[in-house]
Design a protein around this ligand. Structure first.
Ligand code: NAD
Length: 375
């Protein structure tokens, strides 16, 4: 099924007509649903917390394309960045915060959503403070550096009656949505085996927070491994029941504090086996599913663009979309319609629980049962 390049709006319309686009359907009907409800037409204001690479190169540009939310504010510890961003995106001075003034965001009606884009160990603190300020929260992956922190974040959002979602952008990407449909609806029969790898070759900069356990929690596992965990689960449509994992270090000095390469295997209740790996020392990005009556794969499956797929039935080909714009628009819609986000905090917590089980298996050498998962 080949679709030629079409606009995002037209593409969404086509998808909702039946090409595995269930998750995109709400965006489609949105404009017509609220045409007569002016209060619902208001774009929700997002404040980005942490103006590093992802905020600068992906989220802020994406917020120029969103229909239901916009870049309303920023939180940064660097005054020079505040000036650059103000000039570039026309952000009013009253919507600029630093880490000391952050809590005053509670008094700012322009900000509806706080998007936490900080090093992993800071996710919990700023998500909880955002919730206490009465703001809805998007938190980047991995949700936090422990499941205990994840629980506190969920509780804080529930107590404040605000919504919490995780930056799992691939749930809004059409090739990955098609893989969810093929796997979960058993279009080619039961999946017998999944193979998935997500990793990249980390550059020579040793002075970065991703190598620092205090800030990153884990190495490749939390950064790229979550994509493999996610992909295996959303392709099968079930949580695994057991995990077994192995760690390999070829550069022990560089990766002194955090993992470099991890391989891990899931067993699913249906009998499906997943063979997964992640690395900060290897370029790998592929998702493959062997089914009773065929196979399908995406390679690469997780970058911001250029995702390609094929199957025993033919190509899996959809237009490239702005994943971050769709993700943030969907969350804005969930807030306006009081709907559950497809990527809630509980899903982020489940993945952190699985990361903890992977670490336990590496330490013990044993297979670990996955129980009491949050999602
Ligand atoms: P980055 O290093 O480029 O930016 C981090 C930002 O945090 C910087 O602006 C830095 O100034 C700020 N910061 C505040 N306190 C800091 C401290 N004590 N130490 C270091 N930096 C501090 O990182 P990034 O790539 O933008 O990643 C940020 C978060 O976004 C991470 O959790 C990462 O996993 C996530 N991320 C998600 C995706 C995705 O596709 N969903 C992609 C990239 C990053």
């Amino acid at each position: 099924m080949k679709i030629n390049s079409i606009s995002r709006r037209n593409f969404n319309r086509k998808l909702s007509a039946g090409l595995g686009g269930a998750a995109l359907a709400p965006q489609l009907s949105y404009a017509s649903m609220f045409a007569n409800k002016p209060e619902q037409n208001k774009k929700l204001g997002i404040a980005l917390v942490g103006l590093g690479s992802y905020s600068t190169n992906q989220l802020a540009p994406a917020l120029q394309e969103t229909e239901h939310c916009y870049l309303a504010g920023i939180v940064t510890g660097t005054p020079a960045k505040a000036k650059t961003w103000t000039d570039k995106y026309n952000i009013p001075q009253k919507n600029i915060y630093n880490y000391e003034t952050f809590d005053q965001i509670a008094d700012n009606p322009d900000i509806d959503i706080v998007y936490v884009v900080l090093p992993n160990s800071m996710h919990a603190e700023y998500s909880i403070r955002a919730a206490e300020a009465g703001k809805h929260v998007i938190c980047e992956k991995p949700m936090a550096i422990s499941s205990e922190e994840c629980r506190q974040m969920i509780d804080a959002c529930n107590q404040a009656n605000v919504k919490l979602s995780i930056g799992y952008r691939l749930h809004f990407e059409p090739h990955n949505q098609e893989v969810m449909r093929l796997g979960q609806q058993k279009v080619m029969g039961d999946i017998t085996l999944i193979q998935c790898g997500a990793g990249y070759l980390m550059g020579d900069n040793w002075d970065q927070w991703r190598l620092d356990k205090k800030l990153a929690g884990t190495g490749a596992l939390g950064n790229m491994g979550v994509y493999a965990i996610q992909a295996a689960i959303y392709t099968v449509g079930q949580n695994p029941t057991y995990v077994r994992a192995q760690e390999f270090k070829t550069k022990p000095k560089k990766f002194k504090e955090v993992d470099e390469t991890v391989t891990f295997q899931f067993e699913f209740p249906t009998g499906t086996v997943a063979n997964l790996h992640t690395s900060h020392n290897a370029r790998t990005n592929r998702l493959y599913a062997a089914c009773e009556k065929g196979w399908f794969e995406l390679e690469p499956f997780s970058p911001y663009g250029g995702i390609k797929g094929s199957s025993s039935e033919g190509p899996i080909s959809y237009p490239q979309v702005n994943q971050q714009a769709l993700q943030m628009d969907d969350f804005a819609n969930c807030i306006k319609n009081d709907k559950q986000t497809p990527v809630p905090g509980e899903m982020g917590m489940r993945d952190v629980q699985i990361i903890e089980a992977i670490l336990e298996s590496i330490d013990s050498g044993n297979k670990v049962m996955l129980k009491d998962l949050a999602y």
